[in-house]
Ligand binder design. Structure first.
Ligand code: AP5
Length: 232
């Protein structure tokens, strides 16, 4: 089961950190980048509904074909399909950094109905200019999924992944007109979650406009705060 890590295998600072984490933020906020850093450095598995959906599209499954119709327009995929996929990848025992879920109040309520314990929800605040710059320059490895940026995090060799030598590609939904629609959907459907989790008292907010390393340090600090208390 993806997302499951036995207690004895926890490493680094992870024992002191909150381990069931939701990252919220607009497209391009850096959710995937930070989740990958947490996975590599702390061993907390990264679960991205966007990646899971793209995997289904790549495999040409029924679910993937249905999801693609929404994804290419920048719209949300119906809750039923996303939840079906997520249930295969999360369990009550999992530790995880959830990236891309929940996306609306209905999905947040589904997590509650499933009694999925969430330790922290971190909202990444980013301005629109940064979002457009980050998304238009993003490139991803077709083989291992490593995220690059043409200016911010360029590969050593143009178009080639430093890690596995795979080919880098640009996501279909990173075209300007689709980015605009994704931002609109974020404002109309996802932003309400900030208020929802604030009222529950588990929301943390960080400024995510700066350097990735600085933002990562703020994230870890936030996750460590009271982390021990919560574990006990
Ligand atoms: P999804 O894949 O979740 O996309 P998203 O939320 O729009 O977020 P992104 O992946 O675009 O951005 P990110 O915040 O992860 O940024 P990243 O770290 O890559 O969803 C795609 C689609 O799937 C949706 O539109 C929807 O159709 C569907 N979907 C997914 N989940 C769903 C759900 N729950 N319900 C319904 N539908 C769902 O960074 C971006 C770029 O910036 C990269 O190039 C990176 O290198 C660079 N960068 C990152 N941080 C920094 C930094 N600090 N400094 C400089 N550059 C940086």
């Amino acid at each position: 089961m993806k997302g499951l890590l036995p207690e004895e295998e926890l490493r680094g600072d992870i024992k002191e950190m909150k381990k069931r984490i939701i990252l919220l933020g607009p497209p391009g906020a850096g959710k995937g980048t930070l989740a990958e850093m947490l996975q590599e450095r702390e061993g907390i598995p990264h679960v991205s509904t966007g990646d899971l959906l793209r995997e289904e599209v790549k495999k040409g499954t029924d679910l993937g074909k249905r999801a693609l119709r929404y994804m290419e327009k920048g719209a949300l995929v119906p809750d039923k399909l996303v939840v079906q996929l997520l249930k295969k990848n999360l369990s009550q025992d999992s530790f995880f950094v959830l990236d891309g879920f929940p996306r609306n109040l209905q999905q947040a309520k589904i997590l509650e109905e499933e009694k999925m314990r969430i330790d922290a929800v971190v909202n990444l605040r980013v301005n629109d200019e940064t979002i457009i710059f980050r998304l238009s320059g993003r490139r991803i490895c077709r083989s291992c999924g490593k995220i690059y940026h043409l200016v911010n995090f360029p590969p050593k060799k143009e178009g080639i992944c430093d890690i596995c030598g795979g080919i880098l590609y640009q996501r279909e939904d990173d075209r300007e007109e689709v980015i605009k629609e994704r931002l609109k959907v974020y404002r109309e459907e996802t932003q309400d979650l900030v208020k929802f989790y604030k009222e529950k008292g588990i929301l943390e907010e960080i400024d995510a406009n700066g350097e990735a390393e600085e933002i990562y340090a703020s994230l870890v600090e936030v996750l460590k705060r009271n982390g021990k208390e919560r574990e006990n």
